[in-house]
Ligand binder design. Structure first.
Ligand code: ZN
Length: 140
């Protein structure tokens, strides 16, 4: 889902607005096994917002997290310049290691907002979440 939220003449989304979008996406999570619903919203440099939710599967390793749904959907839509990501869970849980790795390669400069179901949030960065990450330049 692509939602164009601003143009060059309008201000970018606030943290609270991006989190609200992530919370809305969280309502669409498919999580019949963990019951841990997660929503994510990626803000791009052109002001677009692409959402994701976690999608579980009875074959558990086939599950994908909300953050990676949002980022991979954004890539599929031609987006490559990520400004921020909001992640919304019930209790403000942090992104998992796999998502941190994907964020480090595809959005290393993103601001990361980690929110709970009430919209309370903390602000961090991809570099803080995954310092000394494995990067493409390591593949020599
Ligand atoms: Zn994850």
């Amino acid at each position: 889902m692509l939602v164009t939220t601003s143009t060059a003449s309008q201000p970018a989304l606030s943290a609270a607005e991006l989190i609200a979008v992530a919370l809305n996406a969280r309502d669409r999570a498919y999580a019949p096994y963990s019951h841990y619903h997660v929503g994510a919203a990626v803000l791009t440099a052109d002001g677009s917002v692409i959402v994701g939710c976690n999608v579980e599967n009875a074959a558990y390793p086939s599950t994908i997290c909300a953050e990676r749904v949002a980022i991979t959907a954004a890539i599929a839509q031609g987006q490559r310049d990520f400004v921020a990501i909001a992640v919304a869970t019930e209790n403000g849980g942090s992104p998992c290691g796999a998502c941190r790795q994907v964020m480090a390669e595809l959005g290393p400069n993103m601001t990361v907002y980690i929110a709970d179901a009430d919209g309370n949030y903390r602000t961090t960065s991809v570099r803080a979440l995954l310092p000394d990450s494995f990067m493409p330049e390591h593949l020599v």
